[in-house]
Ligand binder design. Structure first.
Ligand code: GLU
Length: 471
């Protein structure tokens, strides 16, 4: 049987980091076993679902490279089908009409609480065979077996058995005629031919309810794998309080999708001592059954470390969209061409732990002026004593027949000799003039990347600045 998995987010907010991990695990496991990965948007909760959330989830998945093989499918398009299944369940005696009022149910629950019993429906309408009279408010409930237990061999958690007596008579259709979550999930998992349901362990309590629907309909039950949840470093379930939890916020903070995927894959899964994985390696090695059962702890420092690795190892194609994105965020509009960015990338790749940092470091190349200068660097290096050497260097640079590292080096060296300066004595003032601050790639590379016109303009601007500062 070919493997079919699905990721089934509810569009009630952004794609959070826990959801992304579920999607990643579905995706990787599916690739490893040459299956099909389906995306299903669970938008049956019309009050809380929004189009905006759908768009953000799709964007997050796309950015992570987790786009589905099939879908997105929307549960809101399947209402008719869910109601047809309910008709079948009613006819076969697996479901029943319940007309109990809210007041009765509230009072029942109150009584049960007082007696220390678990609140649950008492089954008053279960054997009454009430008709579905549109004039009379009613819900449709599933007739949950009272005896026996529901048992499945979870691919992560091992054998799970839940006594049927623990379960309520689940509502399948609400009084407003809308189908409920557990019904919709069971019908879709069947209709979409899902063979393995991978989801968070917070859904374990739903699984027996869904299995009951499968059994009542005579459908083949899929396998289940319930993943341990993500916790923050304080041990509590991961939430906004722990920092960024939206996937797209990680993009804004300069993480690469490959690094985030690598990091998320390692949360709960390992392959020997290896920490750094390419996507291709993960697709080859990952298996959901190898996942540990304890909660995984999210550790931002490790993510940063992995990100640095991925930045250094990345191909230009992987980095260019992220660098252009970050430069745009820093106000470089329009972003430089991919060719330009590809030329300068190698100079910055080893110097940045995030793409934000990389963009900040190379921004000076793409702006019109680097003034005002970083105050401390300018005060220290851009002294009046440097006026003549900078002017002489500019004159030499202006006549250079070619703008190559070798030609720049000889121009630079001859200025050093003329003025009896050490490398650093000229390089630092020049760096401030060219970049506005005291740190950049090698000074010759910096000149080379800027090009002749920009370099000369910036040296001239520094000389003007020095002249204006003269008493
Ligand atoms: N829609 C559910 C959620 O976002 C997931 C349901 C499932 O995977 O079965 O939590």
């Amino acid at each position: 049987m070919t493997l079919r998995t699905r990721f089934a987010p509810s569009p009630t907010g952004f794609l959070h980091i826990g959801g992304a991990r579920t999607a990643l695990f579905c995706h990787l496991h599916t690739r490893r076993h040459q299956g099909t990965f389906v995306l299903r948007v669970e938008d049956t909760d019309t009050e809380r679902s929004t189009q905006e959330a759908v768009a953000v989830i799709l964007e997050g998945l796309h950015w992570l490279g987790l786009s589905p093989d099939e879908g997105p499918f929307f549960q809101s398009h399947h209402t008719q089908r869910y109601l047809e299944v309910v008709q079948e369940l009613l006819q076969a005696g697996h479901a029943y009409v319940c007309t109990c009022s809210k007041e009765r149910l509230d009072a029942l629950r109150e009584r049960q609480r007082e007696n220390g019993d678990k609140p649950r429906y008492d089954g008053l309408c279960r054997e009454l065979h009430l008709p579905a009279d549109p004039q009379r408010p009613h819900v449709i409930r599933f007739k949950t077996p009272r005896e026996g237990e529901t048992l499945w061999e979870d691919r992560i958690q091992g054998a799970i058995r839940i006594s049927n007596g623990e379960l309520d008579d689940l509502i399948l259709v609400r009084s407003d005629g809308s189908p409920t979550y557990n019904l919709a999930v069971a019908v879709d998992d069947h209709d979409m031919g899902i063979t393995l349901v991978i989801r968070g362990e917070d859904h374990i309590s739903n699984t027996p309810r869904q299995i009951h629907v499968f059994k009542a309909m005579g459908w083949e039950i899929p396998d289940y794998a319930h993943m341990p949840l993500l916790h923050g470093s304080d041990g509590a379930k991961l939430s906004k309080r722990h920092g960024a939890v939206s996937v797209l916020q990680y993009r804004e903070e300069g993480f690469l999708p490959s690094a985030l995927n690598n990091y998320l894959a390692r949360l709960g899964w390992s392959h020997g001592e290896q920490e750094i994985f390419t996507r291709a390696e993960l697709e080859q090695l990952f298996d959901i059954s190898a996942l540990g059962r304890s909660a995984a702890i999210f550790d931002q420092a490790k993510l940063l470390w992995i990100n640095g690795h991925h930045i250094r190892a990345a191909t230009p194609e992987q980095l260019l969209p992220e660098l252009a994105y970050q430069l745009t965020r820093l106000g470089v509009e329009p972003p430089p061409s991919p060719e330009t960015l590809a030329t300068i990338l190698p100079e910055f790749q080893s110097r940045a732990a995030t793409m934000v940092e990389m963009a900040q470091k190379c921004r000076f190349l793409f702006i019109d002026s680097v003034q005002p200068y970083e105050e401390k660097a300018a005060r220290k290096h851009l002294t009046t004593a440097m006026r003549d050497p900078l002017a002489a260097l500019a004159a030499t640079l202006e006549t250079l027949p070619e703008w190559t590292i070798a030609a720049l080096e000889s121009a630079f060296q001859s200025t050093l000799e003329t003025f009896h300066l050490s490398m650093g004595q000229l390089a630092q003032p020049l760096r401030v003039a060219l970049t506005g601050c005291g740190a950049s790639p090698g000074i010759l590379e910096t000149l080379w990347m800027l090009g002749q016109d920009k370099s000369l303009n910036r040296i001239q601007a520094a000389l003007d600045h020095l002249a204006a500062r003269q008493p």
